[in-house]
Design a protein around this ligand. Structure first.
Ligand SMILES: Nc1ncnc2c1ncn2[C@@H]1O[C@H](COP(=O)(O)OP(=O)(O)OP(=O)(O)O)[C@@H](O)[C@H]1O
Ligand SMILES: [Mg+2]
Length: 378
């Protein structure tokens, strides 16, 4: 079928995509209505002129031009790129160019079809953005869920510890009376016994009972709900009382205790119960860091500037890594296995010391030991 140029023009003008036919010299030999509109020029003024001047306002063929490639390779090309239109707006254009060859197979012309896919592209980009956003939300949710799960198990652990504390204090209460009775009977026995050997044995029983009573008193003192009562306290007494609660742990672990108490340390205006709680946790932590035994040092010293008392707890245990040091005061941070620690110890210590206008400073190197310095104002 012979097709007239006019017929072809009318047919291609009805298409929304821009269609040009370019010869080997980059001259435009055909443009449809949409292409001349895109170029912002009259069709007649475009024909016979170079495509790069008419369509892209350039003085030389465009870099990485798909049409040039079609002439070079003889193969169709497809490129998608963002371009700025004559109206200054950004457009996403799909360039599709295919060759028209003569009988010998030499490419004579290239047919360019430009399609504005801006809307589709924006929609796809928006969808991709939404997909990424959704992925991010899902990850955040999963993270929050895991955190919640771990907090829940820590909470259970804390409750368990609290009820063990309650049981311990009621047990101490229960034991107080029978111990007092045994102690009384020992005294009576001692009065009635003339036998020196027997008397010695009764004395040993009495001494051991006094020791039990002391431990129990300390435990009761410690577990009693405190009304945050502050009074002048002897720090050394507080340390010694706390030590009597955990002496057995030190002995079992073969840990040597080194006390260096400065006699000149004045009485401090503190809540004795709370300070004992701090001391207990710091010593327990040190013991936990010495599974194969070692040394724990407790030293008291006086600072003049500002006027304060330092209590230094030092151990030569496994220390705390730089990474863990960032978290140790965070509630529920623990490196101990489940059932061994709640991770609340140091955060409570920190709160107590801050409430006393003091501070806790940590010096530790993984592998060489740990030093906690508590400063309390005089
Ligand atoms: N002296 C220490 N040596 C090595 N690690 C320590 C020492 N003191 C604290 N840590 C580290 O700090 C973490 C937090 O201590 P913290 O006292 O707050 O909690 P915990 O001892 O794990 O549990 P809890 O005190 O509630 O029983 C410990 O799990 C441990 O990893
Ligand atoms: Mg602890």
């Amino acid at each position: 079928m012979e097709v007239s140029e006019k017929f072809l023009q009318t047919a291609l003008d009805g298409i929304h995509d821009c269609i040009n036919i370019i010869n080997k010299d980059f001259q435009i030999i055909f443009v449809n209505e949409a292409a001349s509109k895109m170029g912002g020029k009259k069709r007649q003024s475009m024909l016979g002129n170079k495509c790069y001047t008419q369509l892209w306002e350039k003085s030389a063929p465009c870099e990485s031009c798909a049409t040039g490639k079609v002439f070079e390779t003889g193969k169709s090309q497809q490129v998608i790129k963002w371009e700025t239109g004559f109206d200054g707006k950004k457009y996403c254009m799909e360039h599709f160019v295919f060759p028209i060859a003569d009988k010998e197979g030499n490419v004579e012309y290239a047919v360019e079809i430009f399609r504005d896919i801006t809307e589709r592209k924006l929609f796809e980009e928006e969808r991709e953005q939404q997909r990424l956003e959704l992925g991010k939300r899902i990850r955040e949710l999963r993270h929050a869920y895991e955190e919640l799960e771990s907090l829940q198990s820590q909470l259970l652990q804390t409750e368990k510890m609290a009820s063990i504390g309650l049981i311990a204090s009621s047990l101490a209460h229960e034991l107080d009376t029978p111990l007092a009775t045994i102690s009384g009977y020992c005294e009576l026995l001692a009065e009635d016994t003339p036998d020196e050997k027997l008397l010695g044995r009764i004395k040993t029983i009495s001494e051991q009972i006094v020791k039990c009573q002391k431990t129990i008193r300390n435990l009761l003192d410690f577990s009693r709900k405190s009304n945050y009562e502050r009074k002048l306290c002897n720090i050394h007494h507080l340390i010694n009382n706390t030590l009597s609660l955990i002496e057995h742990r030190l002995i079992i672990r073969k840990i040597k205790l080194h006390k260096i108490f400065n006699d000149k340390v004045p009485l401090l205006f503190v809540d004795g119960n709370q300070i004992q709680q701090v001391i207990l946790n710091l010593i327990n932590n040190a013991v936990d860091a010495l599974p194969k035994g070692g040394d724990i040092g407790i030293e008291t010293r006086i600072n003049t500037e500002p006027k304060s008392v330092d209590i230094v707890f030092e151990d030569n245990g496994f220390g705390i890594s730089d990474e863990d040091q960032k978290h140790i005061f965070t509630p529920f941070f623990t490196t101990k296995e489940p059932g061994k620690g709640t991770g609340l110890g140091l955060s409570i210590c920190n709160n107590i010391i801050l409430a006393h206008n003091g501070k806790i400073v940590l010096e530790s190197k993984a592998g060489t030991g740990t030093k906690f310095i508590i400063s309390l104002p005089i």
